[in-house]
Ligand binder design. Structure first.
Ligand SMILES: CC(C)(COP(=O)(O)OP(=O)(O)OC[C@H]1O[C@@H](n2cnc3c(N)ncnc32)[C@H](O)[C@@H]1OP(=O)(O)O)[C@@H](O)C(=O)NCCC(=O)NCCS
Length: 156
């Protein structure tokens, strides 16, 4: 990570995405090998981290009834390993909890060994509720080989 100091990490600001962030988010996702289908639709539920005005990480949440789909978690290579993904995911899980979401799902082809540390476990596709199955990411964007994971949130 460039500028690898605690001070730099404190200077990362997290905020919700707005319309003009869309091209930058799509570019970061594409550089990270992740799909962009459905991003525009769910943009208000995307969080991004910025350092000195540069977008360095993103994480999105789709809301489907009592379930949510965590998606589009990407960190610029020079900022990986500094806890940014965890920070954004924790914020999205808190947001889901506030919204009385029961289960948070995700699809990944690259990071199934990352998410267990955040409480996600692998499940079968048949365990995914129909509403989540209908999402663009599920139907079109992620290959059938993607691993499906779930985290059940504590009752409020
Ligand atoms: C996966 C990703 C989001 C992690 O971001 P990050 O900010 O580096 O993650 P954190 O700082 O919260 O955690 C870093 C830790 O996770 C581990 N880790 C990172 N990516 C990993 C992966 N793909 N598989 C397993 N472990 C991974 C690191 O080795 C590090 O471990 P340590 O704490 O034991 O040193 C980032 O590598 C990335 O953008 N990858 C490309 C896009 C992607 O695959 N997204 C996930 C699918 S939605």
């Amino acid at each position: 990570m460039s500028g690898d100091t605690a001070a730099d990490r404190r200077c990362v600001a997290v905020r919700s995405a707005i319309g003009e962030d869309l091209p930058g988010i799509q570019a970061l996702l594409q550089r990270s090998g992740l799909p962009i289908a459905g991003v525009e639709e769910w943009l208000p539920h995307f969080l991004l981290a910025e350092h000195e005005g540069r977008m360095v990480a993103v994480a999105g949440l789709e809301l489907h009834g009592a379930s949510a789909l965590l998606r589009s978690v990407a960190v610029e290579p020079d900022w990986r390993g500094s806890g940014l993904a965890r920070q954004l995911i924790d914020r999205q899980l808190s947001e889901a909890h506030e919204r009385h979401i029961k289960d948070v799902y995700l699809l990944t082809t690259t990071a199934e060994h990352y998410f267990p540390r955040l409480g996600f476990a692998c499940i079968g596709r048949s365990d995914v509720p129909a509403q989540v199955h209908e999402s663009v990411e599920f139907r079109e964007a992620c290959p059938a080989s993607a691993v499906v994971m779930r985290k059940t949130l504590a009752e409020r």
